[in-house]
Design a binder for this molecule. Structure first.
Ligand SMILES: *Cc1c(COP(=O)(O)O)cnc(C)c1O
Length: 389
């Protein structure tokens, strides 16, 4: 099996699991209790909070643990929007956000909020002029992702932070793809709220975190007990939280070396595909993107067919976002960068991770050459365009 879908989720690192295990067995105390058994788990959660804060350059008190990246996005956007609705009910986001942000904005629209969706250029980079022009008197929040999950593009986060600050608007970023792959200093970048999720950087599934700058208020997302400073009720997922922090620490220790390695593999893959397969288009800014992500459209091909054939060869990849595959709509991200429907349909995202090897990439390229040829031979349109060559 060759796993090339690390943007979707990643394999739990064995050393992370080892650090989690005690909290799934003998260290089972409820962190809120007062006896010794609980002191250990309470301390573990607070140590994890401090580790996460240190990496993002913020205070431990500014970190809230959640159950996913999606929950962090929901908490930040709904929480801030509802808390400040007396000031204004306008939110700005981008057209290429993850569904966790887009659907949250749709939900707020149903509550009477107004949302402006900013466009991106053909490389998938946010239009800053359009962003600044769309800020209004009643704008309370800008939410733009740090790195896109389908094409990997890195957004001009620092510039967005500056625009937000200049206009007195809060800035949230969905950094779920970026954490573990990019250095992030929330202070230097002017970020007021940031979402992250452990399973995207070799941590466990079902645990995320949300950074919210001190002084920025937000309505609590889960009512109940007083956990997470009264912002999110529910007994802490201690093992998950320990795993999140351990995985994050490890990811930043390995960051430079990993990025160098996966970038070389990604660039090699794209060069080979460009050399060996005609009628393709590489998507997303070539420089400003995550090291391991590649998105290529193969003309005259259906992405689903490509994925099924790759699966037969034991290769896991994606045709855009996992959340939209299975539906017939082409990816909203690929449409936003200006691809025609039929070209967007034939797109393949691979996301390379720390466990991938050059041999695996070679096998992927060989398989793609074979599969693309086979599928194109069955396409009447391809025959017409190429004259049957
Ligand atoms: C995966 C992902 C999410 C959702 O995170 P979960 O932990 O799976 O809920 C949100 N935003 C982006 C950009 C993602 O890649």
């Amino acid at each position: 099996m060759i796993y090339l879908d690390n943007a979707s989720t990643t394999r739990l690192d064995k050393s992370v699991l080892d650090q989690m295990l005690p909290y799934l067995t003998e260290e089972y105390g409820n962190p809120s209790a007062i006896y010794k058994l609980a002191k250990t788990t309470h301390k573990a959660v607070e140590e994890a909070r401090a580790k996460v804060a240190k990496i993002l350059n913020c205070e431990p008190a500014e970190i809230y643990f959640t159950a996913s990246g999606s929950e962090s996005d929901n908490t930040a956007i709904k929480g801030i929007a509802r808390r400040y609705q007396n000031k204004g009910k306008h939110i700005i986001t981008s057209k290429i956000e993850h569904p966790a942000v887009l659907e949250t904005c749709k939900a707020l629209e149903r509550e009477g909020f107004e949302v402006t969706y900013i466009s991106v250029d053909e490389n998938g980079i946010l239009n800053l002029k359009e962003l600044e022009k769309s800020v209004r008197e009643d704008t309370v929040l800008i939410s733009v992702m740090f790195a896109n999950n389908e094409i990997g593009t890195l957004q001009p986060v620092k510039e967005i932070g500056e625009i937000a600050k200049k206009h007195g608007v809060y800035f949230h970023t969905d950094a779920v793809q970026a954490v573990g792959s990019e250095l992030i200093d929330v202070k230097a970048l002017g970020i007021d709220a940031l979402s992250l999720s452990a399973h995207k950087f070799h941590g466990p599934k079902g645990v995320g975190a949300l950074y919210v700058k001190q002084g920025v208020r937000f309505e609590r997302f889960v009512d109940g007990g007083h956990q997470e400073k009264g912002r999110r009720a529910g007994t802490e997922n201690v093992a998950g939280i320990v795993g999140l922090a351990a995985a994050m620490e490890l990811a930043y220790k390995e960051l430079e070396e990993k990025n160098k390695r996966v970038r070389a593999l990604r660039d090699y893959y794209e060069a080979e595909v460009e050399k060996r397969i005609p009628y393709i288009k590489r998507n997303g800014d070539k420089q400003k993107r995550l090291a391991g992500t590649s998105n290529i459209s193969f003309e005259f091909i259906e992405g689903e067919g490509l994925l099924l054939n790759l699966d037969i060869k034991g290769i896991c990849a994606s045709s855009g976002s996992a959340c939209t595959s299975g539906s017939l709509d082409p990816s909203h991200v690929l449409l936003a960068i200006g691809l025609k429907h039929e070209i967007a349909h034939g797109s393949l995202r691979i996301s390379i991770g720390k466990y991938n090897t050059k041999e695996e990439i070679d096998f992927l390229v060989e398989s793609l050459v074979e599969i693309v040829n086979k599928l194109r031979e069955m396409s009447p349109l391809y025959e017409r365009v190429t004259g049957g060559n």
